[in-house]
Design a protein around this ligand. Structure first.
Ligand code: AHG
Ligand code: MN
Ligand code: MN
Length: 341
């Protein structure tokens, strides 16, 4: 029999490292939890594929782009794409036996899938489309997700157990809809990225155990808010302006900005303003999942005063300031916020 070379073997093995297989490998065995999480991630991946397909044809179909005319619980105008992606995540978990509740940035209250609830102890929290303002101009977008285990019986149907710290996340990640579609996840055992191979319809392993550089030259912030910030944040940005070597990068979708920072280093900031000290980003659907990913990669995420993963939300749609990225860059911002220099 003709033997494949070691090189061919490796290439084939890599091509076969799909997302669901990778999750199983993470748990080194075929325990019930490993099977559940692998199946759950497979459904998240399906949601990502459906959204990516929709986005890739958006300019060719009627009724896909633009606003719905509604305003969501966040007080923001809803895009048709937000609604589509929100529904996709619900749909993929129907008849899954995995996820009883879904909580999304776009829904006032958590959504229950009653047929899953007797056995489905997982809750999915998600931002269906991150960077909605990029939708109509064919620019990068993302989806963000976190997985939590349901605690208690949730008898009143208010999902109060979700009002707990980010340390309760058992998995988190994002899907980046860029020139290719990528999925990045952590389950507390490092950060791993996958690229969608459209010819296979599978997410295939791109990089395992990604480590964020300890420092980087990118700072990513909406400087249009300069005069709304606290003086300490303005002082930090002035420091960046007079220090050689920094580059500004801000796309309007934090998933793509933070992905760049994960790979190349730097810092992303969405500080509070004097009028809105909590800022814009949502703790449970945006800040906490991304904080989990970045911490697992060796970086940091803070409000400026405490670690994001230690913040206890008072309500489901709570907002939080966010400073996230390379350790040294985050420490510098913190030092301006806490010590003024
Ligand atoms: P979303 O589209 O889910 O509302 O999130 C957008 C977020 C984030 O992705 C982005 O960095 C930021 O809001 C952009 O906001 P500004 O336009 O205020 O900079
Ligand atoms: Mn978002
Ligand atoms: Mn969104």
């Amino acid at each position: 029999m003709v033997q494949a070379s070691e090189h061919e073997d490796k290439a084939l093995d890599r091509d076969c490292t799909t997302l669901s297989r990778h999750v199983l490998q993470q748990f080194q065995g075929f325990s019930a939890q490993a099977q559940d999480l692998s199946a759950l991630m497979n459904r998240v991946a399906l949601a990502g594929k459906l959204v990516a397909r929709h986005l890739s044809r958006a300019g060719l179909m009627e009724g896909v782009l633009g606003f719905t005319g509604e305003v969501n619980v966040q007080g923001e105008s809803v895009k048709k794409m937000d609604v589509y992606a929100n529904d996709v995540f619900i749909s993929v978990f129907k008849q899954s036996g995995l996820v009883c509740r879904l909580a999304s940035e776009e829904m006032d209250e958590p959504y229950y899938i009653p047929e899953n609830c007797p056995i489905g102890r997982y809750t999915l929290l998600y931002d269906p489309i991150d960077g909605s303002s990029n939708t109509d101009t064919n620019l990068s977008l993302g989806s963000i997700f976190a997985i939590r285990q349901q605690e208690g019986d949730d008898i009143d149907g208010k999902a109060k157990d979700l009002l707990s710290t980010g340390d309760k996340q058992i998995g988190a990640g994002y899907i980046l809809y860029g020139p290719s579609t990528m999925l990045v996840y952590t389950m507390g055992k490092g950060v791993h990225s996958f690229t969608l191979d459209p010819s296979l319809g599978e997410f295939i392993l791109t990089e395992e155990n990604i480590k964020i550089p300890d420092s980087g030259s990118v700072y990513s912030v909406n400087e249009g808010n300069f005069w709304q910030w606290e003086e300490s944040v303005r002082e930090y940005v002035r420091y960046v302006h007079r220090t050689e070597g920094y580059s500004a990068r801000y796309s309007g979708a934090m998933v793509s900005d933070i992905h760049r920072i994960l790979v190349q280093g730097g810092v992303f900031l969405y500080p509070g303003t004097v009028q809105k000290p909590e800022g814009k980003l949502r703790l449970l659907y945006e800040s906490a999942p991304l904080a989990y990913v970045i911490e697992q990669a060796g970086g940091r995420a803070t409000t400026g005063r405490m670690n994001i993963l230690d913040v206890v939300p008072q309500k489901l749609h709570q907002r939080t300031p966010l400073i996230i990225g390379s350790k040294e860059n985050v420490a510098k911002v913190e030092s301006f916020i806490q010590n003024g220099h």
